[in-house]
Design a protein around this ligand. Structure first.
Ligand code: C2E
Ligand code: CA
Ligand code: CA
Ligand code: CA
Length: 284
């Protein structure tokens, strides 16, 4: 305490801390209201394409928040708040419902002869711990009428592995609904290979940090190659994210990485704009 008085500047530091806490609390209260009202929250859709040809395969749903006073709040800011406060549970439910309904509309637009697209929805660790998760997911599938095979849930490696023993049963129950599971940000966590082998997952997503560093670092390139080979060995689909350059795409295609996602192909878009992908010639 004496250090605080002696420091002079330390006191201001405390005020800054206090202000930051108040700001966070106000953001939390605003987020809670926004989720209840639903109108400031929307879902952006980023195309995921088959490599090397670039044919549309599906979309990842990414939540967006347009705050009336602050403008666009980045997910990197409000998702952590939602996770700590538990607001990620109702927020995740909102995103899942919207994404499933959107997939039904796009499937109808494409017509019965087109290849089915998939929609990927993110699940955080906190949602995996929610005892209503299974009901929530089953409810979104039933209410929207989406083909469950078109729905993928993305869980990060650390979320999946943190309570691996308990999670595995839940993952099998989710799989029993007919949907697909993907491990997100693969390579950044601490997967035990024995768990990975036993988990009922369908795909791995190479973390974008490896993809970003691939061009200048052989180590990162080797890392990506190992992950792609591992996916092949385990008969899993493999998706590389954060592809920004044609060189990245070429390197990944040469490694036989099946799918890609990133600004090179398309940014996350509001549904009306993402629809351009659905109807574009050659996307079927
Ligand atoms: P993520 O699941 O790893 O999503 C990929 C992030 O990379 C997205 O950021 C996306 O906009 C961005 N991205 C896409 N292509 C590129 C590229 O070529 N280069 C670079 N540098 N970035 C690219 P975003 O939308 O800001 O989301 C950040 C994170 O927030 C997501 O990371 C995910 O962990 C979380 N998140 C977003 N929406 C949801 C949601 O509905 N539920 C949950 N639980 N988490 C979400
Ligand atoms: Ca993701
Ligand atoms: Ca990711
Ligand atoms: Ca991430």
């Amino acid at each position: 305490e004496r250090a605080v008085e002696a420091g002079g500047g330390t006191c201001r530091y405390d005020e800054t801390m206090h202000a930051a806490q108040l700001d966070r609390l106000s953001l939390e209260a605003d987020l809670r209201r926004a989720i209840d009202a639903g109108d400031q929250i929307w879902v952006a859709y980023q195309p995921i394409v088959a490599l090397p040809e670039g044919r549309l395969a599906g979309f990842e749903a990414l939540v967006r928040w347009d705050h009336p006073a602050r403008g666009k709040v980045p997910p990197g800011v409000f998702i952590p708040i939602a996770e700590v406060t538990g607001l990620i549970v109702p927020l995740g439910r909102l995103v899942l419902h919207r994404a499933c309904h959107q997939m039904v509309r796009w499937t109808a637009m494409r017509g019965p002869d087109a290849d089915p697209l998939f929609i990927s929805v993110n699940l955080s660790a906190r949602q995996l711990g929610d005892r209503d998760l299974l009901d929530t997911v089953a409810g979104a599938l039933a209410e929207s009428g989406v083909d469950p095979a078109q729905v993928k849930l993305e869980l990060t490696e650390s979320a999946a592995m943190s309570h691996a023993g308990e999670t595995i049963g839940l993952l099998w129950q989710l799989k029993a609904l007919g949907l697909r599971l993907s491990i997100d940000d693969f390579g950044t966590g601490y997967s035990s290979l024995s768990y990975l082998h036993r988990f009922p997952v369908d795909s791995l997503k190479v973390d974008q940090s490896f993809v970003a560093a691939m061009c200048r670092s052989t180590e990162s390139r080797d890392m990506v190659r190992i992950i792609v080979d591992l996916a092949h060995l385990l008969k899993l689909e493999i998706i590389a994210e954060g592809i920004e350059t044609a060189e990245d795409a070429k390197l990944l295609s040469d490694m036989a990485c099946g799918f890609g996602q990133g600004y090179l192909f398309g940014a996350p878009l509001p549904p009306q704009e993402a629809a351009g992908w659905i109807t574009a010639p050659g996307s079927a």
